[in-house]
Design a protein around this ligand. Structure first.
Ligand code: SIN
Ligand code: FE
Length: 288
C-alpha cells in the first residue's frame, strides 16, 4: 500500500533498482512515499502559510504552467507573483522527479495546486468532499480512452501531518459498484461538449469513473465499513500516486502542494493495470 523510497534529490539519475521498484509499486496501486524529500520554502515564502492566500471560494489555488495564470488566490501584484513562483518551482521539481524516476516518455504536466486551507474544518457537499473515499475523475476534463491521473504531493506545513485513508483495490471496489450505476442519459456528453461544460466529449470511461466517484461518496455504509488504511504524511515529505485507481480520502492537514500529470495507458509498463482495462474486463466490453 505504501512504498517508501529513500530519494533525497529532486533530479536523477536514480539507481536502476529504485526506478524498477517505483514503477512496479505505482502501477500496482501503491502510494510512493518520499519521507526524505522536503520541498523547501524560501524564508520569504513562509508568509503564504495562511488560509488567507486563498479567495475563500475554491478549495485550491491553481496554476497553469503553460500560461502562468493563477486562479483562486486573494493575492495581487508582487505577492501574487511570488506565490505563483513558489508553486511553479514545486511543479518544475515534481516534473523533473517524475521524468527521471519513471519510464514514461510522454507525460503531460497539467495544473499545479497549492492547498492552504485546513482540510478538517471545511464543509462541502458530499460530491466535492475529499474527506470521503473516492477515485479521482474530473467533471470538465475527459480522459477519453483511459488517460491516467498521476499526482505528486508535498506537505509543506511546518508541523501538521497530512492524514489520508487509502481503500481497497480498485477491482474490488468497481466490481461491487458497477452493477448499481445508473446509465448516463444518451446525448448528455455530446451536449456538455457543445456547451463547453467539458473540454472535449466524455467517453463511457469518463462517465463510468464519474459515477464511481459519486456513488462511493454518496454511500455512507461503504464510507464507514469498507477496508481503509490510515496514512500520515509528515511535514517535509512527498508522495506520488495514481489517484484514478487508488481509493483515497484526505482527512486532515494544511499547506500541501500538488502537481497533476497525465499519460496515455500505452505508456504504462503494464497497461492491464489501468482502470479502463479493469472496467473492460469486468464489463466484458470496450468502454473507451
Ligand atoms: C484529493 O485528491 O482527494 C485530496 C488530496 C489532498 O488534498 O491531500
Ligand atoms: Fe482525490
Amino acid at each position: 500500500m505504501l512504498e517508501e523510497l529513500p530519494l533525497t534529490q529532486w533530479k536523477g539519475p536514480y539507481d536502476a533498482d529504485t526506478k524498477a521498484r517505483a514503477v512496479a509499486a505505482l502501477e500496482s496501486g501503491a502510494v510512493l512515499f518520499f519521507p526524505r524529500l522536503p520541498f523547501r520554502l524560501l524564508n520569504s515564502e513562509t508568509q503564504f502559510l495562511t488560509a488567507g492566500v486563498a479567495d475563500g471560494k475554491a478549495k485550491n489555488i491553481s496554476l497553469d504552467h503553460t500560461t502562468g495564470r493563477m486562479q483562486a488566490s486573494s493575492l495581487t501584484g508582487d505577492k501574487a507573483q511570488a506565490l505563483a513562483a513558489m508553486i511553479e518551482r514545486f511543479g518544475a521539481g515534481a516534473a523533473s522527479l517524475v521524468r527521471d524516476l519513471l519510464p514514461y516518455r510522454e507525460v503531460e504536466r497539467a495544473r499545479t495546486s497549492f492547498r492552504p486551507v485546513q482540510v478538517k474544518g471545511r464543509s462541502y457537499s458530499k460530491i466535492s468532499d475529499d474527506r470521503l473515499l473516492h477515485v479521482d475523475a474530473f467533471p470538465s476534463r475527459p480522459m477519453r480512452d483511459g488517460r491516467r491521473i498521476l499526482r505528486f504531493f508535498a506537505n509543506v506545513a511546518p508541523d501538521s501531518p497530512r492524514h489520508w485513508h487509502v481503500g481497497e483495490p480498485f477491482e474490488d471496489f468497481a466490481r461491487a459498484f458497477l452493477p448499481r450505476l445508473t446509465p448516463h442519459p444518451p446525448g448528455r456528453s455530446w451536449l456538455y461538449d457543445k456547451l463547453g461544460v467539458t473540454r472535449g466529449r466524455r467517453s463511457r470511461y469518463d462517465e463510468t469513473m464519474l459515477s464511481l466517484h459519486d456513488a462511493a461518496k454518496r454511500d455512507d455504509a461503504f464510507q464507514q465499513t469498507s477496508p481503509q488504511d490510515a496514512i500520515s504524511f509528515p511535514p517535509g515529505s512527498c508522495w506520488l500516486v495514481f489517484t484514478d485507481v487508488v481509493l483515497h480520502a484526505a482527512l486532515g492537514g494544511e499547506f500541501a502542494l500538488e502537481q497533476t500529470f497525465h499519460l496515455d495507458v500505452g505508456q504504462m509498463a503494464d497497461p492491464a493495470k489501468a482502470p479502463i482495462k479493469v472496467l473492460e474486463r469486468l464489463r466484458g466490453e470496450s468502454v473507451a
